[in-house]
Design a protein around this ligand. Structure first.
Ligand SMILES: NC(=O)c1ccc[n+]([C@@H]2O[C@H](COP(=O)([O-])OP(=O)(O)OC[C@H]3O[C@@H](n4cnc5c(N)ncnc54)[C@H](OP(=O)(O)O)[C@@H]3O)[C@@H](O)[C@H]2O)c1
Length: 246
């Protein structure tokens, strides 16, 4: 169990969507300081400290680790969704960009902040992942594989950082009402509910946590009949309502 009040936290992609909700929720819970990492730090929530931070830019990542030296909670939320097919695609670089942001960006942050967290007593890391990282999801192939890589990264980082007292939580997130899911019809969660569920999982020191209904439902379908669920997801690739780019 860790107490979030009184701590300094950094949220990547903290300017909008789920990241902004994490920033606001951390402030509401009495965090001493909340850094909102943003590629364009002009528009962050009132009360947050803006930090220019592209997670793929090693210079900016190192600079952030220097400026945010009091951080003991790191929320790796920044993410990229190209909405392209993985194999039959006219944009082969899209999957590389998804991997750069979602996997290597998260790895860059964990490497740079591990010594900061150690110096501040261990602390906690939470990685904002996706149902598509838990279940191979053909209609978002590059994104799915990059989030799966980040899910394994979370488990490996947990083992490596355990001796310094840093806990690592992988958050499995369903569909959320943000810019990233603007093209999605159907049920979408409120980003504030996802941030609250994510912070509760951090407080409890959970290794992997489902933040919402879709994540719980997907895990149940996988457990019940993985072959059937795989076929259902494959059919969705060809559903006329999904706007999946080539
Ligand atoms: N929305 C969903 O349905 C859903 C579902 C599962 C998981 N997620 C995950 O939730 C996280 C937040 O996404 P969201 O839904 O809030 O989408 P969003 O509103 O599009 O926000 C994405 C955030 O990531 C930032 N970002 C992108 N590339 C970056 C980079 N190279 N360096 C730093 N920041 C970068 C964006 O910055 P800019 O403002 O500069 O573009 C923005 O702040 C992502 O990891 C996403 O994969 C979302």
């Amino acid at each position: 169990m860790i107490e979030l009040a009184g701590r300094a936290a950094l949220v990547t992609g903290g300017n909008r969507g789920i990241g902004r909700a994490f920033v606001e929720e951390l402030l509401a819970r009495g965090a001493a300081r909340v850094y909102a990492g943003a590629r364009d730090p002009g528009d962050v929530a009132a009360g947050a400290v803006p930090v220019r931070l592209d997670v793929t830019d090693l210079g900016q990542v190192a600079a952030a680790a220097g400026v945010c030296s009091d951080v003991s909670v790191l929320i790796n939320n920044a993410g990229h969704f190209a909405n392209r097919r993985l194999v039959l695609t006219d944009d082969p670089d899209a999957a590389r960009t998804e991997m750069e942001v979602n996997f290597f960006g998260t790895l860059n942050m964990i490497r740079a902040f591990a010594p900061v967290l150690a110096a501040n007593g261990g602390g906690a890391i939470a990685n904002v992942l996706s149902v598509a990282g838990m279940v191979p999801t053909p209609f978002m192939g590059g994104y799915s594989t990059s989030k799966a890589a980040a899910l394994w990264l979370g488990t490996i980082a947990r083992a490596e950082l355990e001796p310094q007292g840093t806990q690592v939580t992988s958050l499995i997130v369903g569909s959320v009402d943000t810019r990233m899911a603007a093209h999605v019809d159907g049920r979408k969660e409120d980003p504030r509910d996802v941030a609250r569920a994510g912070l509760r999982a951090v407080e409890r020191g959970e290794s992997v946590a489902d933040t919402d209904w879709m994540a719980v439902d997907a895990r149940a379908r996988m457990a019940r009949d993985p072959g059937r669920y795989e076929r259902q997801l494959a059919k969705l690739l060809h559903a006329p309502t999904l706007r999946t780019g080539r």
